[in-house]
Write a protein that binds this ligand. Sequence first.
Ligand code: FE2
Length: 341
Amino acid sequence: MELQEKKILIVDDEEDIREILVDSLESLDYHTCTAADGDEAIDIIKEEHEGLAAIICDLKMPKVSGDQVVHFVAQEHPIIPIIILSGFAQLDMALDHIRMGAFDYMSKPFKFKELALTVKRALEFRSLKEKQARYQEELEIKVKEITAKLNNSVIQTVGSLIMAIEEKDKYTRGHSHRVAFYSSMVAQTMNLSNEEKKELEYAALLHDVGKIGISDQILNKPGKLTNIEYEIIKSHPSKGVKILEPLKFLDNILPIIEAHHERYDGKGYPHGLIQEQIPMLARIICVCDAYDAMTSERSYRKPLAKEIALEEITNGSGSQFDPKVVDAFITTYNNILSEIT
Ligand SMILES: [Fe+2]
């Protein structure tokens, strides 16, 4: 319904005033309806708010007064402008109502010209507010579309990076996806928020991205690593951060990637962080990473049985791993992973 087709609700306990207002407004081609007190007005607003363009409301009425109407409209239908009608002695009160959300006030007796101008301004104000609300809605839709596009490109970028890691290290093929899968199951057990689950997924998928920067000979070396080679391998969490740093949308997961080889007892790398200093999501990846490493084939050994890997994880509780995460992993293993891995 167009604004011009909507009615102006006149609320006043004096019949004469209602009649004058109806006549004046209808002579200006507005549609009207009336209420003799605040109670009746609130009933009409509840039922017909879609068809109301504006409200002109007296302040002093028997039973429910004008301020309750102003309060109700400000709370429930703030788009409908209210013009307060007040006696000269009630000007202060009228100003208070404007602070409460009324659009304007007119003092009685009012002049026809003043009425025409105030109603016109109220309707212009309302139409501006409606335009603003529509603009806001369109803006929100656009933001959603852009976010969806951005998420898509995040997924594509992450996908290419994983392919690059797995291309280099043939023994870890599928490792990133499995660690992400175990981590998501543990996140479920630990009741993490949706935002944490999303960060954990990306961090788990990309935790070893730094291996792109390590030579194939070292990564795929069949025998034991020399001390120097091991030091080079240990640089992969920090290398991962360097690789991902330019991708601003991955900012939040950088500390998780950097800390995925830290140990709960402080003996890990690269910084020797201890307990709560290690980001919680990194502590989860650390356990899932170890479980997958043990149960997968490596250049230097055959995969371990699931039960033995689980025993190793349990043995590492409190030293290599956060005991809370180990507990959550064991629960997750017993509920799901023992069946499907
Ligand atoms: Fe790693």
